[in-house]
Design a protein around this ligand. Structure first.
Ligand SMILES: O=C(O)C1=C[C@@H](OP(=O)(O)O)[C@@H](O)[C@H](O)C1
Ligand SMILES: C=C(OP(=O)(O)O)C(=O)O
Length: 430
């Protein structure tokens, strides 16, 4: 446990931060780099606990991966040279590693066992094991293979057509990765678009992938071509500082190198709708991913309703958006976000608990929250629930609290943003 006492900030937030690499894209770069034949150099990789789990998993399959801070060198002879893992694969706290790796393991002619930390062990895996079983993989585990730990007997897959029952990029990605290794074609149908980094990167590595309406089709292919990947900054990490600047009076902040893929920019749309003063500059593209600088200046905020198709475009930002809503005039309603209940913790319960302890007027609904603003937040003891996004939201809340805030444990922050406190210090000007 790493308890921290957080002091309210006394000055406006000002300056600039270069945001570290995107977590989703970092995972995928290691996965596809390992599956491709040749050398893949990854730059601006997110050097965080979750992304290291994905590296470790491929090392256990015999791939050579060298990490030097944020630079990664993957040297692989391709999928056909992977070897059966001799010991269980540990996925730590990382849902993305678990779901995407299950898609890869499903297509390999091996026996493997996989497990996670106590938080990942509670998260549903049947959303991937059900379609992968239909493709031909044999899983075993608690509740018919619904939860980690799991055993996997992969190989000999048949392509399927599968309509996603949950709005999940992890499920879509697991099926597409298995589809690459299956006979024939595999089509995933998604009613609501979710982050499309897997599709973009599969294309960059030479996979045969086509998108027609809401159907994504991949054709069996045993060889991918290695290619270099530069990872843009993570908009989910940037969102903590976007909200900090939006709620601390007088602030002005520039966030550099932030990924601006349309499937991820829901937070920018919501901030604009709520009246934030936000501008995008210096846009360019890397490995099919748009990125640029975001400038935000403090302005008075108004409430909004957040629901429907925007939800997957900001799912990981909802904890910090709830904090934002406590500083907006009126009633903010968040709906259709039931997926928050099966993240690292039940994020709806965790947010409502913490913000209520600080005096916010917030209530939980089955699929979201209702927040009345604007409220002055007080100090007090709040909890991380060992969830990095909850912990970082708490730190940002402490900036505007009237007295110090005590956070029970900040260690989970290393899951996605090990340099969070260093970057925060750069803009506090205390
Ligand atoms: O594919 C990904 O990289 C992710 C997808 C989302 O999860 P779901 O697929 O469960 O919605 C997101 O919450 C997670 O942080 C990362
Ligand atoms: C939900 C998250 O990640 P994962 O599902 O990979 O654990 C997250 O980073 O907020």
């Amino acid at each position: 446990m790493n308890e921290v006492t957080l002091q309210p900030c006394t000055k406006a937030i000002a300056g600039e931060i270069t945001i570290p690499g995107d977590k989703s894209i970092s995972h995928r770069a290691v996965i596809l780099g390992s599956m491709a034949k040749g050398t893949t150099r990854i730059t601006n990789f997110l050097d965080s606990e979750d992304c290291k789990r994905t590296i470790n998993a491929f090392q256990a399959l015999g791939v050579s991966i060298d990490k030097n801070d944020t630079s990664i060198l993957v040297e692989s002879n391709g999928i056909s040279t992977f070897t059966e893992p001799q010991t269980p694969l540990f996925f730590g706290n990382s849902g993305t590693t678990a779901r995407l790796m299950l898609g890869v393991l499903a297509g390999l002619p091996f026996f493997s066992t996989v497990y996670g930390d106590p938080f990942l062990t509670k998260r549903p895996m049947d959303r991937v094991t059900i379609p992968l079983q239909r493709m031909g993989t044999i899983f075993d585990g608690r509740e018919k293979g619904g939860y980690l730990p799991l055993s996997v007997r992969g190989g000999d897959l048949q392509g399927i057509t599968y309509a996603l029952p949950v709005k999940s990029a992890q499920v879509k990605s697991a099926i597409l990765l298995a589809g690459l290794l299956a006979k024939g074609e595999t089509t995933v149908i998604e009613e609501t678009p979710t982050r499309n980094h897997t599709e973009q990167m599969l294309r960059a590595f030479g996979a045969d992938i086509t998108i027609k309406g809401n159907g994504i089709t991949i054709t069996s292919q045993k060889h991918l071509d290695a290619t270099d990947v530069h990872v843009p900054g993570d908009i989910s990490s940037a969102s903590f500082f976007l909200v900090a600047a939006a709620i601390v009076p007088g602030s002005n902040l520039i966030l550099r190198n932030v990924g601006l893929n349309k499937t991820r920019t829901g937070i920018i749309d919501v901030l604009k709708r709520m009246g934030a003063n936000i501008h995008i500059q210096n846009q360019s593209t890397t490995s099919g991913e748009v990125f640029g600088d975001i400038e935000i200046t403090y302005a008075n905020l108004r409430s909004t309703t957040i629901e429907g198709d925007v939800i997957p475009r900001l799912i990981d930002e909802i904890p910090v958006i709830a904090l934002l809503a406590t500083q907006a005039e009126g009633t903010t309603i968040i709906k259709n976000a039931e997926e928050l209940r099966v993240k690292e913790t039940d994020r709806i319960a965790a947010i409502v608990d913490n913000l209520s302890r600080l005096g916010a007027r917030i209530e939980a609904t089955q699929d979201g929250m209702i927040i009345q603003g604007k409220t002055v937040l007080r100090g007090g003891k709040i909890a991380s629930y060992h969830d990095h996004r909850i912990a970082m939201t708490n730190v940002i809340a402490s900036l505007i609290a009237s007295e110090p805030v005590i956070l029970d444990d900040s260690s989970s922050i290393a899951i996605s943003y090990p340099k969070f406190f260093e970057d925060l210090k750069l803009i506090l000007n205390e």
